[in-house]
Design a protein. Structure first.
Lengths: 210, 334
């Protein structure tokens, strides 16, 4: 795998399109155990970022940095800083790289996880986006010597398994923790949006490999 | 279906801030470029430490009502029950900066903590020193040995008052931070909810409290309490709340306290005085003297029916700072 970083800015617009398309679903999931604004807030931030990167020739890192600025600066709440730092740290991991290869993706994913963990206090099992992100990042690292396509597919599979694991979990952080046992049986909206982002990222990279 | 005064529910925060600034123009102004930041007309003061807070909307008169002389210099305003953005916290910090640093005094919520952390990082690049104090006065939200997990509630108001007064004396950033920390460490709060609140954009209560019951230890956004039990007479509830907040106070007879009893939005004000009548008696029975009492809607939660009781232990320094002159919309005055 060796993609030119300067050609990849459009990946961020592709991520945004997926989030905007799933706005209603994310809000519905969040409304069952949270305050129901996850879809609207995420769609607002990603759509604004897509507007700002449109028509520009940007590296993936530069486009991720713009997405981060919008989420951190204009969205607020908890998801703004969590995703904002995640994309900022991903952008920083790509700094100075002309080529996006497996090592670059691995570094970017590890930076994503480290960023979210430094900002929030969630651990695997708390019914949050970390339940998707942590196993997905680990899966890519484990399978990176099998080639980009295989490693990305394993990452997506792990993200989906992680996302679905939140159904059986009791929320320990955030608004959903109010429900205690009653939060069991439902997906966590943050785990779902994180899975959408990782899946879209994998799709965007994979289709450019051919 | 409850009837409310609304236009487009999505505009409610902008309309609230605009109306607030129009109503209290003698004391506050809107930030020139950020419509989610409210600044005291008294701010900034060269060489003086700035005091900033912020939080989600729906708690009025918190947070913006405490902007004024000798209290808070600038406030960042979030969506309903949602943290302000890092940009808004950063703009509030910049507006409050008089060159001696800024103390950001806020409540222990995940979103606020993260956005203040980011804002601190942003203004550090510009050379503004920031010190933070995170309020955690709600005794029901976690056990004492996990105090860093406790939420901040109405005790924040006393923290702002003490921090703002200390800044007005010309103290250093470290001294303002220490005074605000001492203030919140001296506060214990507990809430009781009788009926839930409704977010304007959602239109229905986002949790339930069954008729005939009450939730003891409820949080400011409906976070779960310690227990749900049958609704009792006001005196029994007052006794229970006082017991809950006094458990961790080890005060000798003759000690002074400040008491803050705030309605959560839809409790008739007369009922607050019914509760306070009993609370004051309970404190007197313990040999404690109420140096200052604040009874009213000081920190609300939309239209929740309920109250929060805060008792603050006073020493000579806190008493002097609490008594210092100030002026802010939420503290009234003519």
């Amino acid at each position: 795998m060796a993609l030119a970083n300067r050609d990849l800015g459009a990946v961020v617009a592709e991520l945004a399109a997926v989030i905007v398309a799933h706005k209603a679903w994310l809000s519905e999931l969040d409304g069952r155990i949270g305050d129901g604004d996850h879809g609207a807030n995420m769609a607002k931030g990603f759509a604004r970022a897509a507007d700002r990167v449109a028509g520009q020739d940007l590296t993936l890192g530069a486009a991720l940095a713009i997405l981060s600025d919008v989420l951190m600066g204009e969205i607020g709440g908890s998801m703004g800083p969590l995703y904002g730092v995640m994309f900022d740290d991903m952008a920083q991991a790509l700094e100075g790289r002309d080529v996006i290869d497996i090592a670059a993706v691995d570094a970017m994913l590890k930076a994503a996880l480290a960023g979210v963990q430094a900002m929030g206090n969630a651990r695997v099992g708390d019914k949050t986006m970390i339940d998707t992100l942590a196993p997905a990042v680990a899966a890519f690292a484990t399978h990176r010597d099998k080639g980009a396509e295989e490693a990305l597919a394993r990452m997506v599979a792990a993200a989906e398994t992680g996302r679905d694991s939140t159904i059986g979990l009791v929320a320990r952080l955030g608004r959903a923790s109010r429900l205690g046992e009653r939060s069991r049986g439902m997906l966590d909206a943050g785990a779902v949006s994180c899975c959408l982002i990782l899946t879209a990222l994998a799709g965007s990279l994979t289709k450019r490999l051919d | 279906m409850m009837q409310r005064f609304l236009n487009d529910p999505d505009d409610v925060v902008d309309e609230t801030v605009r109306g607030f600034v129009k109503a209290h123009g003698a004391q506050v102004r809107l930030h020139p470029s950020n419509p989610r930041v409210v600044v005291s007309v008294d701010t900034p003061r060269a060489g003086r430490v700035g005091v900033v807070t912020g939080g989600g909307s729906g708690h009025e008169p918190a947070f913006l009502g405490y902007v004024g002389r000798g209290v808070v210099d600038a406030v960042a305003v979030g969506e309903i029950f949602s943290s302000p953005t890092a940009n808004s916290f950063a703009d509030a910090i910049r507006a409050a900066d008089g060159g001696a640093g800024v103390a950001v005094l806020f409540g222990n919520y995940a979103g606020d903590t993260m956005n203040v952390k980011l804002a601190t990082r942003m203004v550090a690049k510009e050379g503004i020193a920031v010190a933070t104090v995170i309020a955690n006065d709600d005794v029901s939200s976690a056990p004492l040995d996990e105090r860093d997990r406790r939420r901040g509630v109405a005790g924040e108001i006393l923290m702002w008052k003490i921090g703002g007064a200390k800044a007005a004396t010309g103290a250093t950033l470290e001294e303002v931070q220490a005074a605000a920390q001492k203030a919140i460490d001296a506060c214990r709060s507990g809430g009781v909810g009788l009926a839930p609140c409704t977010l304007p954009a959602v239109g229905q209560p986002n949790f339930t409290i069954a008729p005939g019951t009450m939730e003891v230890g409820i949080g400011h956004h409906g976070e779960p309490g310690m227990r749900i039990e049958p609704l009792r007479a006001a005196n029994d509830i007052a006794d229970d709340m006082l017991r809950i907040v006094m458990v961790e106070h080890d005060l000798p007879p003759g000690a002074s306290v400040a008491v803050l009893l705030s309605g959560l939005g839809a409790t008739p004000v007369n009922e607050l005085y019914v509760l306070y009548d009993r609370i004051e008696s309970g404190l007197a029975e313990r040999g404690l003297r109420v140096h200052r009492a604040l009874v009213g809607n000081y920190f609300t939660s939309l239209d929740m029916v309920g109250v929060t009781l805060t008792v603050m232990a006073l020493d000579a320094e806190l008493t002097a700072l609490l008594d210092m002159d100030c002026a802010a919309p939420a503290f009234g005055g003519w």
